[in-house]
Design a protein around this ligand. Structure first.
Ligand code: NAD
Ligand code: UD1
Length: 339
């Protein structure tokens, strides 16, 4: 059995990926400092799969801790999710973001190198494309992050390129996620943001469940189908499976490859509201507000490279995404908090 070290595995995307890894007979060790999560999803994944997760509460900036762990276990590869991800917070706290995301990643890469572990899959983001000139976006589009969070992703990508160029034994896969939403179909694991959500879908589900009064739609004067922002929403289970496809193919790939993980189809905010209302039977009251600073009008992927090289494509549609988001939120109105 191949053992995978999953950093940030207690988080939203990490937990869904751990579940898929266990179901595909990988061994899973999670390193997470629980700064934005709890061990509850891991407990539920064990329940769902009947398999054990090896959990270590550790910060990835703990180089010595990582070295002893890597020495002790023989990992096949690392999937690196650990990081802070709130754009607004990153503008207010750039030092904390660079320290956690960039320095944390360097600590991990150093511990890997010093202990002969050289396969890594890294969570990057479509945010690195900034305001794209056209859509759909291919991996060779110019990159230009516009906030410290986005720059931390870009810096890590650049560091990984230098590492791969320095030693051809490395295998690096950079996955640029578009907009992950949805939850595992069991409704047992899902997204449980702390405080008021920044992102659209958790905001909508919290309105639906009565935790928030109404949705603020950030702008209806964009050059899009109905004036509201268009994004490429992808079901988190499809996204998780993208990591398995990357793992399965990693040895066949060049030392560094970058892939967009999206569906290739964009939906506006109001289209999402409509699809969510259909799937949940709940009315989502909303009001049109001014644009959110930093937002782009249109962002969706050309995901054909992942299809060609990894044999991966997203399978679930927007109704699946809305249904599963609602299934999770309605079964867990307070997320993991009240468990
Ligand atoms: P999340 O916050 O739910 O998960 C991240 C996990 O990392 C959390 O469990 C947190 O406790 C842990 N963590 C943070 N800093 C750590 C550190 N220094 N040491 C150990 N653990 C640490 O976020 P997510 O939505 O699951 O995102 C996972 C990754 O994907 C992140 O790197 C994020 O930037 C990236 N990403 C997310 C999205 C999205 O919309 N969710 C989009 C693009 C990219
Ligand atoms: C945001 C981040 C991006 C990050 C991504 C995933 C900003 C400016 N961008 O992207 O860097 O990679 O999340 O974590 O924060 N919307 C509303 N009302 C809301 C929330 C969102 O109308 O309450 C709209 C937005 O204007 C946008 C769409 O919904 O058009 C999606 O927003 P969101 O879920 O925050 O994702 P992104 O803007 O793509």
């Amino acid at each position: 059995m191949k053992n995978i070290l999953v950093t940030g595995g207690a988080g939203y995307i990490g937990s869904h990926t751990c579940l898929e890894l266990l179901n595909s007979n990988y061994g899973v060790t999670v390193v997470d400092n629980l700064s934005n999560s709890s061990t509850e999803p891991l407990r539920r994944i064990e329940e769902l799969t009947g398999k054990k997760i090896d959990f270590i509460q550790m910060d990835i900036r703990d180089y010595r801790g990582l070295c002893s762990l890597i020495k002790e276990k023989s990992f096949y590869a690392v999937i690196h999710f650990a990081g802070l991800k709130a754009v607004g917070e990153s503008v207010a706290m750039p030092i904390e973001y660079y320290d956690n995301n960039v320095y944390g990643s360097l600590s991990l890469f150093r511990a890997m190198r010093d202990n002969g572990l050289n396969k890594i899959i890294f969570s990057s983001s479509a945010t690195v494309y900034g305001n794209p000139e056209t859509v759909p976006i291919t991996e060779d589009f110019p990159v230009k992050a516009v906030n410290p969070y986005g720059r931390s992703k870009l810096f890590i990508e650049e560091i990984l390129k230098d590492i791969a160029a320095s030693d051809s034994n490395w295998k690096v896969v950079i996955l640029r996620y578009f907009n992950p939403i949805g939850a595992h179909e069991s409704g047992r694991i899902g997204e449980s943001p702390k405080g008021i959500p920044n992102n659209l879908m958790p905001y909508i589900t919290q309105v639906a469940v009565g935790r928030l009064p109404e949705l603020n739609v950030f702008g209806n004067d964009y050059p899009t189908i109905d004036g509201t922002g268009v994004r490429d929403y992808i079901h988190v289970v499809d996204l998780a499976k993208g990591h398995l496809s990357a793992l399965d193919n990693i040895d066949r790939l060049d030392s560094l490859e970058i892939f967009n993980l999206g569906t290739g189809r964009g939906y506006s905010v109001l289209e999402i509201v409509k699809a969510f209302e259909e799937e949940s039977g709940k009315k989502i009251p909303y009001k049109i507000c001014s644009r959110r600073p930093g937002d782009v009008a249109l962002c969706y992927a050309d995901a054909s490279k992942a299809k060609a090289l990894l044999g991966w494509s997203a399978k679930k549609n927007i109704n699946d995404m809305c249904r599963d988001s609602w299934n999770w939120q309605s079964k867990n109105p307070a997320g993991y908090c009240e468990q």
